[in-house]
Design a protein. Structure first.
Length: 125
């Protein structure tokens, strides 16, 4: 139902644009004597068609708004952020094992690099 109203709404919008572009510019607003409120303007077929398309466009806009309000859940993203953590979430931080540490001099034939050297205090004088 919502897709049908949306399609009609889009067609009405395109037709309204086309009808407005077809009209001749007379200057002045609607109530200034040369618009839709004068006898000549009321008789104009394009003006009547414009008013009809505008009314239908507003009606489909209201209908789409009401349908969207009925389909909304009424929950907020902020309410969802306060939920508990998932059960499979880690409780404690993971400590790296010895396999992840750089190799020491005892493990291989290479001497430790300067960055890997143990920190010792300087000799006392």
């Amino acid at each position: 139902m919502e897709n049908v109203i949306l399609t009609v709404h889009l067609i009405l919008a395109l037709m309204l644009i086309g009808v407005v572009l077809l009209q001749r510019s007379e200057g002045g607003g609607l109530l200034s004597g040369g618009g839709a409120m004068s006898a000549r303007g009321a008789a104009n077929a394009l003006t009547k068609l414009t008013w009809g398309l505008a009314a239908a466009f507003i009606a489909t806009s209201i209908a789409l708004t009401l349908l969207a309000a009925q389909n909304s859940e009424g929950t907020s993203v902020v309410d969802q952020a306060e939920t508990e953590a998932p059960a499979d979430a880690p409780v404690a931080p993971v400590v790296p094992t010895g396999d992840l540490l750089p190799p020491s001099a005892a493990d291989g034939d290479q001497a430790p690099a300067a960055d890997d050297a143990p920190l010792t205090p300087p000799p006392a004088n």
